[in-house]
Design a protein around this ligand. Structure first.
Ligand code: CAA
Length: 390
């Protein structure tokens, strides 16, 4: 039985900053951000968007009534969750009107957790082929103003429906994964910004890629030639390229050229959104599915997932007939094109806005936010969410 991605949705907030302007404000050459890091724009979440609303908005665009009835597992991957106890999945389950006979949980292992969620969902569907699973990947990447990581922030979510006989991509069973306890990037529970050993994190991202790619080759006998493209977790778009370059000499010039060209296409949306942590790999996959020309059914795509701390995994998917009818290129291009640019001063102001932590009540102006699902305020330490369609 084929199991894999039946639907894929995406959402990012309506605000962004231009990386050229951020570079000027930080007294850095713009090419460092646009070429050296490889980012053109960076999504900025207003206070009315958090990891719950971003995920709910991403899922809203793909779910129909049949999905709402058939989904019996909701897994929310995030490292910017809003509660240490209650899972973000329960909020989204309610906001989207999914039937109550479902399991809803949140998972964490930095940017890797969505991949674990996909694999668990796959196992669940193997046992219950008539059901569907909703996998949510949603994050707000925050390092802080004027920090080394600032140019690699971002915000957004990807929502994926996993089912039997999927419309978009079958996920293959072979997979190579690796865990090692390292401190490359972490966020203690008392901090709302991440701590990072930047250079070390880059090295480990590549070391884990080499590790799992080597393991995958041993397990499956695969070579680079077997893949039309390899999509990477993209904390910033140059990162995957650095990893890809370390293995290119394993193959012919023609295959190298194909993988490099397709790599660029797979970074299209990420370049204008920034890091969305748990969703970054899947945003890269979405970029490739929606922006590449003439992709055929049967095409194999490699996927490299990395979550600091750290866990890495390499696996693959195979495109299904007419998959292009199940992605939404125009809609996602419009979502990005219709955003509002913030000046650097406006971005800094939005960045520093916070919700109360003393139990006091705040009401937020959701009319300023075009998203359908918004955070409308906080009362007695409870976040108040609104679905404008209800
Ligand atoms: N023109 C073109 N390129 C330029 C340039 C210019 N004028 N000036 C500098 N550059 C290049 C540099 O040569 C360098 O390129 P290479 O890496 O190819 O050598 C690149 O721009 C970046 O320059 P620096 O290394 O000096 O950048 P930095 O030290 O200021 O910080 C960073 C870069 C370490 C990625 C930092 O932004 C950071 O810490 N980010 C957060 C951590 C991160 O994203 N780590 C990625 C792996 S961990 C992971 O994947 C999990 C996750 O999601 C966080």
């Amino acid at each position: 039985m084929k199991i894999g991605i039946d639907k894929i949705g995406f959402y990012t907030p309506h605000l962004y900053v231009d990386m050229n302007k951020l570079a000027v404000a930080r007294h850095v050459e713009p090419e460092k951000f646009t070429i050296g890091i490889g980012q053109s724009q960076m999504a900025v979440p207003p206070l009315t968007q958090d990891s719950v609303t971003l995920a709910a908005n991403a899922a809203l665009e793909i779910l129909d009534e049949e999905d709402r009835n058939q989904i019996d597992l909701v897994i929310f991957g995030t490292e910017s969750g809003i509660d240490h106890s209650k899972s973000a999945a329960v909020y989204v389950h309610h906001l989207l009107g999914i039937n109550p006979h479902a399991r809803s949980i949140e998972m964490k292992q930095a940017c890797y957790s969505t991949t674990a969620a996909m694999q668990l969902a796959k196992g669940h569907i193997a046992l219950h082929p008539e059901k569907k699973a909703l996998v949510l990947a949603s994050d707000i990447a925050r390092y802080g103003l004027n920090t080394g990581g600032e140019a690699t922030q971002g915000a957004g979510a990807v929502a994926i429906v996993i089912s039997a006989n999927p419309s978009i991509m079958e996920l293959e069973s072979e997979s190579a994964y690796f865990t090692n306890d390292i401190m490359d990037f972490w966020r203690p529970v008392y901090s709302d910004t991440a701590f990072v050993d930047g250079k070390f994190s880059n090295e480990q991202y590549i070391a884990f890629f080499n590790q799992v790619w080597g393991q995958y080759k041993e397990q499956t006998g695969a070579t680079l030639e077997d893949f039309e493209a390899i999509c990477f977790h993209l904390p910033y778009t140059k990162m995957g390229l650095k990893a890809l370059r370390t293995v290119l000499d394993e193959t012919s010039e023609a295959v190298q050229e194909r993988l490099l060209n397709h790599y660029q296409i797979s970074t299209t949306y990420n370049r204008n959104v920034g890091n969305i942590y748990t969703g970054s790999l899947y945003l890269s996959l979405l970029s490739f599915l929606e922006q590449a020309q003439n992709l055929q059914a049967g095409t194999k795509i490699g996927l490299y997932s990395y979550g600091s701390g750290a866990v890495g995994e390499f696996f693959a998917g195979v495109l299904q007939p007419n998959f292009e009818q199940h992605v939404q290129r125009d809609k996602h291009e419009k979502l990005l094109a219709n955003r509002k640019e913030l000046s650097i001063a406006e971005y800094e102001e939005v960045f520093q806005q916070t919700l109360p932590t003393d139990g006091s009540t705040v009401e937020l102006d959701i009319n300023q936010d075009p998203a359908i699902i918004c955070l409308a305020g906080v009362t007695e330490n409870k976040r108040q969410y609104v679905n404008k369609n209800n």
